[in-house]
Design a protein around this ligand. Structure first.
Ligand SMILES: CC(C)(COP(=O)(O)OP(=O)(O)OC[C@H]1O[C@@H](n2cnc3c(N)ncnc32)[C@H](O)[C@@H]1OP(=O)(O)O)[C@@H](O)C(=O)NCCC(=O)NCCS
Length: 198
């Protein structure tokens, strides 16, 4: 990988017994709309993009935008699917929020649909993304940031073996308008070990 890297031939798909993680494609809009509309009450507290009713057209536009940005290596948004890929279980991705591609840093984001949350899926997907990110992607550093009010998100990072690096006090605003701390976690290639593989 060169210093002036401006695109990546990115991996497209990760398959595990309980889920598939893959890049969005044209045609995914209906399933994205179904998943976020069924999960609005669960997502609205911490996901600023969540809206009560997303149309299929709006969601299809987002899927096409995700696919375009994946191809241009400006953002790597991924869907979390049931093993047969008929049901969208959530979303994740490697986001370039810590500098350009050449730095080989990314931040992992995640949401799990309401009726699949709190059953271990988020933790399993985060561990799988760290293993994939350090194995098949060029990432050297993978970060995870969440609201200080988001206990489940902090727990998921800890369970996946990420290190808490610090707290940015009164750093962001949650969707309800309240100012919150941002809790910062990260894992480094060569240092991170999958806690479940121990
Ligand atoms: C946060 C999220 C991605 C986690 O995924 P998940 O599949 O629900 O997580 P898991 O079931 O693997 O693990 C959740 C852990 O948090 C714990 N937990 C749940 N609510 C909690 C709370 N309010 N405070 C502290 N811990 C909490 C659970 O007990 C579990 O830990 P355990 O296994 O030790 O018991 C998911 O719940 C979600 O989509 N939430 C809404 C969107 C969001 O907040 N995204 C993250 C933004 S940074």
């Amino acid at each position: 990988m060169g210093e002036s890297l401006n695109y990546l031939v990115a991996p497209q798909r990760l398959s595990r017994a309980d889920f598939v993680v893959r890049a969005y494609r044209p045609g995914d809009g209906e399933r994205l709309a179904e998943a976020v509309n069924a999960s609005y009450a669960h997502l609205k507290t911490f996901m600023p993009w969540a809206r009560p009713q997303q149309s299929v057209e709006e969601s299809e536009g987002r899927c096409r935008d995700f696919a375009g940005r994946y191809l241009s290596s400006t953002d790597f948004v991924l869907g979390i699917w049931s093993p047969d890929e008929t049901r969208l279980l959530g979303g994740t991705g490697f986001h370039l929020r810590e500098g350009g591609l050449e730095l080989r840093n990314a931040e992992i984001g995640m949401w799990i649909r309401g009726d699949a949350a709190y059953r271990g899926l988020g933790s399993a997907v985060l561990r799988a993304l760290l293993a994939w990110g350090f194995g098949e992607w060029p990432w050297l550093r993978l970060a995870w940031r969440c609201s200080g009010a988001n206990g489940a998100s902090q727990r998921v990072a800890e369970k996946a073996g990420m290190l808490k690096e610090g707290v940015l006090r009164s750093h962001s605003v949650d969707p309800d308008g309240s100012r919150r701390d941002t809790v910062c976690y990260a894992a480094l290639r060569g240092e991170w070990k999958d806690p479940a593989a121990a």
